[in-house]
Design a protein around this ligand. Sequence first.
Ligand code: SAM
Length: 239
Amino acid sequence: AEEVGGGDKEVVREYFNSTGFQRWKKIYGETDDVNRVQLDIRLGHSKTVENVLEMLKDEGPLQGLTVCDAGCGTGSLSIPLAKGGAVVFASDISAAMVSEAQQQAKEQLGGSSSGSGANTVMPKFEVRDLESVDGKYDTVVCLDVLIHYPQSKADGMIAHLASLAENRLILSFAPKTFYYDLLKRVGELFPGPSKATRAYLHAEADVERALRKVGWKIRKRGLITTQFYFARLVEAVPA
Ligand code: SAM
């Protein structure tokens, strides 16, 4: 069909290797040089990561669990997962993100003083778009990545991610609810200086349909909201 996605992907890659990298590295970091909105997004995102860790631990220990973290960013999820003993395969379309994640992992997991257990395995990091990730993993996680793609592209991404997962797929996306839709429209009327990429909202029903098409169903749902951060979290399993 339409090759809308190809264009989106190159724009996204370029953004996360340049201005987007600088912006999101700050948001996902711990430094004080963030504005009020960025601080709020940092808080919301950290709640998403916590929720995912809880979802994963609910089903059993992390120790030895193979996890693919697709679109890993600076390693916000991959690093705590590795700390918990999971065997993590982390990849991202942006080389800048992957190198930052690698450095963070070295700092946080590397030394003997890191507080991580003897069984900690360093995540395996790779520069790769999620469409070309292969292999099989117990669990595949893809957080806050679909927001960069229209639903037409997201369908294929969801199908591919599901094909890599043996037991579980965890996704987060910006939900297309009336309220958030409205907020976004208001935001578009008054664009701030740092709004560099387009954000796509996804209807939960569309994500559910994409999962059902490939034989998966949603088992658990979460909703994370702060003032400026909205994420629907879903855990899907083979139907
Ligand atoms: N998942 C991370 C987290 O929650 O901390 C990062 C989220 S960040 C908003 C989006 C990330 O997705 C960026 O690091 C970006 O480079 C990556 N990304 C965007 N499109 C991608 C694609 N097609 N394949 C892999 N990674 C992608």
